[in-house]
Design a protein around this ligand. Structure first.
Ligand SMILES: [Zn+2]
Length: 241
């Protein structure tokens, strides 16, 4: 194995982490393995989903899919030590970069008061292919909302609701083409991360081309572990806010 080309992320000062994604299952392609490592170390992690992924199964009515995917997300999150899973009801597939989206993310940031916010890449062309419209909107909205949450003059209704400004110091972006750091997820975090994706059972069964959770997450984290010099890793682009 070559000498590591990327450093491991120092998470020793993390107390609370907020993961914000567009859909159920978005956090389960790597990020959840890192989450498992953090929760095992005593870090409190909260998930915020902007939609319920109701437009995700071609053959099932959205109202039914929403219930199913919410349940699978809660089950998958539990396997990596996350029991606080929050859903906003923005429309799956039609997420727009509005002030309302920013305000609702900022509301949760001020409520949870995380040291670190995690989201996915908003690049149009992600390392794994062309990105989804909702992922692009989610990523840029999270960047803006982290700043909004720290600006006492933004969204005065939040202060009126008792939610004071809060500065999340670090933003981690998963699935980015130019990662800067990574998390070692070898062993137990990988196992828990595999279980978290496998929990999206009915959803994944509806995608006949989708590989099984175990080989998929194992191979993905093996590739991301290489620049870190570990067997299995998850890479992030780190921004200090
Ligand atoms: Zn998604």
């Amino acid at each position: 194995m070559d000498a590591p080309s990327l450093p491991l992320l120092d998470s020793s000062e993390y107390h609370r982490v907020l993961v914000v994604v567009a859909h159920p299952d978005d956090a389960e392609y790597g990020t959840s393995c890192a989450v498992a490592a953090w929760t095992a170390a005593g870090v409190e992690v909260v998930y915020l989903l902007l939609t319920r992924g109701e437009a995700g199964i071609r053959t099932v009515e959205p109202a039914e899919t929403a219930v199913l995917r919410e349940r699978e997300q809660i089950e998958g999150s539990a396997s990596v030590g996350v029991t606080d899973v929050r859903f906003l009801d923005f429309p799956d597939g039609a997420l727009e970069p509005t002030l309302e989206v920013r305000r609702e993310i900022a509301r949760v940031i001020r409520d949870v008061r995380p040291d670190v916010v995690v989201t996915g890449s908003w690049e149009t062309e992600a390392p794994w292919g062309l990105n989804h419209a909702d992922h692009r909107v989610c990523g840029t909205s999270v960047v803006d909302a982290v700043r909004d949450a720290d600006n006492p003059w933004m969204f005065p209704e939040l202060r009126e609701a008792g939610l004071e400004a809060w500065a999340a110091r670090t933003l981690l972006v998963g699935g980015h083409s130019r990662p800067t750091h990574g998390v070692d997820v070898t062993g137990e975090p990988l196992e828990r991360g595999i279980a978290s994706l496998a929990a999206h059972r009915v959803y994944l069964e509806a995608l006949p081309e989708h590989p099984a959770a175990r080989p998929f997450v194992t191979e993905m984290t093996a590739a991301q572990g290489e620049p870190l010099g570990v067997d299995n890793g998850v890479l992030f682009r780190v921004h200090q806010m």
